[in-house]
Design a protein around this ligand. Structure first.
Ligand code: EZ4
Ligand code: CO
Length: 402
């Protein structure tokens, strides 16, 4: 089998998605997600201008060699744009391989270790009361694990909090908006949120919280310690993780489990964190960390150190990436949990898929390949719209982590 053509489809059914479609001489095609939130067109160009020309004529079964061809062959290694582009190619090739062999991708990764993947939902509220209502709503929908975020008294807007009663979506159309941040106000408020959640909803539900890279290690240690009585499933991204050493300090002070990695694009971003057992969950994803080929190796490496996976799964991961994540989730032994933020109706219609949700779990379905399609005619009706993640400043104006 030979690759005959490949094209990049950019669409915006409510938010932007970049999709790679690779075609072969046997009529089989594969899809890969290439969406990098707020930097979509860079990946589209990287694929169109630099990778696709070298892809034509290759054997789509050679996922390992093609991965290294684009990783080592570029000379310039790593980085989110590069690794998202490689991921899209890799996903599409596994999709082709599965379709050609008439098996779902999980059967190429070791087969099912479990029937489905436990997922967690996002409950967001402007205040504690609204967040509790949202957690209760997701519990009624059958979710077994729920992430809770709430607005902070004295701050106009913060990460995870919906505006104008619309479902929360991190990217906003137009140029980046700016939010104001206060670590003191945040640290005072979050323990109250979890006190109230446990009092009202009991012990059993798995609760998670995303700090979104906003604390220093010692501040994160304080929060982890204060949340210990509530037995969180995890505290996510407690600090920005360029300095892997920083996590040692958190670890010395708290038993609250730690998850990190949604912005990582290479196993080298997490190597020390995993090897020194400084984290409990690695949140790298197929789309931003080099595809199924790279993620399977990262998961196997993490397994040696008692680290489980907790793959990023926000709305900026298209249904193609969601499907690829679910195939990995059911196949690997050290799966922990899968993030799930539901896509809007237009996205669901543009990307018909075999995966499904039932009673707190998601299932990849048994369709050969990844089990996702793209309705190209419909995608054309939703052209790209400039959109960015917000920028965050401290109350005195200092640019901060978002
Ligand atoms: O901010 O996906 O855990 N989920 C998250 C997300 C990220 C966005 C960034 O594109 O932190 O909401
Ligand atoms: Co996060």
């Amino acid at each position: 089998m030979k690759i005959t053509s490949a094209k990049v489809i950019v669409c915006s059914p409510g938010r932007n998605f970049v999709t790679l479609k690779i075609e072969t001489d046997e009529g089989i095609y594969g899809l890969g997600d290439a969406t990098l939130n707020g930097r979509e067109l860079s990946v589209a160009s990287y694929l169109q201008d630099h990778l696709i020309p070298s892809l034509i004529g290759r054997d789509p079964f050679q996922t390992e060699d093609i991965w290294h061809y684009f990783y080592r062959g570029a000379y310039w290694r790593r980085g989110p744009v590069t690794m998202t582009a490689i991921a899209a190619i890799d996903m599409a090739l596994w999709d082709i391989k599965g379709k050609a062999l008439k098996v779902p991708v999980y059967n190429l990764l070791g087969g099912k270790s479990r029937e489905g993947a436990v997922v967690y939902a996002h409950a967001n509220g402007v205040d504690i009361e609204q967040t509790i209502d949202e957690v209760a709503r997701y519990k009624d929908l059958g979710y077994l694990a729920i992430r809770a975020q709430s607005g902070i008294p004295g701050l106009k807007s913060t990460y995870g909090v919906p505006k104008d009663n619309k479902p929360y979506e991190p990217a906003e159309r137009g140029l980046p908006s700016e939010s104001l941040w206060s670590t003191e106000k945040y640290l005072r408020h979050v323990p109250k949120l979890f006190d109230a959640l446990r009092t009202r909803l009991g012990e059993e539900l798995h609760l998670l919280h995303d700090v979104h890279h906003r604390l220093t290690p010692i501040q994160a240690a304080r929060l982890g310690k204060e949340l210990e009585p509530h037995h969180l499933f995890w505290m996510e991204d407690p600090v920005a993780a360029e300095l892997q050493d920083g996590f040692r300090l958190i670890r010395q002070h708290t038993t609250t489990p730690i998850a990190v990695g949604e912005v990582f694009n290479s196993i080298y971003d997490a190597e020390q964190l995993i090897r020194e057992q400084l984290i409990d969950y690695i949140r790298m994803t197929v789309v931003h960390a080099g595809g199924i080929t790279a993620m399977k190796k990262a998961a196997d490496f993490a397994a040696l150190y008692h680290v489980q996976t907790g793959s990023h799964g926000a709305t900026d991961l298209s249904p193609v990436a969601m499907a690829a994540a679910l195939h990995l989730d059911v196949a690997i032994n050290n799966f922990g949990i899968q993030e799930h933020m539901a896509h809007n109706a237009e996205t669901e219609e543009t990307f018909p898929h075999a995966y499904s949700f039932s009673e707190g779990m998601m299932y990849p379905g048994d369709t050969p390949g990844l089990g996702v399609e793209i309705d190209e005619k419909l995608a054309e009706r939703f052209p790209y719209q400039r959109a960015y993640l917000p920028v965050n400043r401290k109350e005195d104006g200092t640019l901060f982590h978002w």
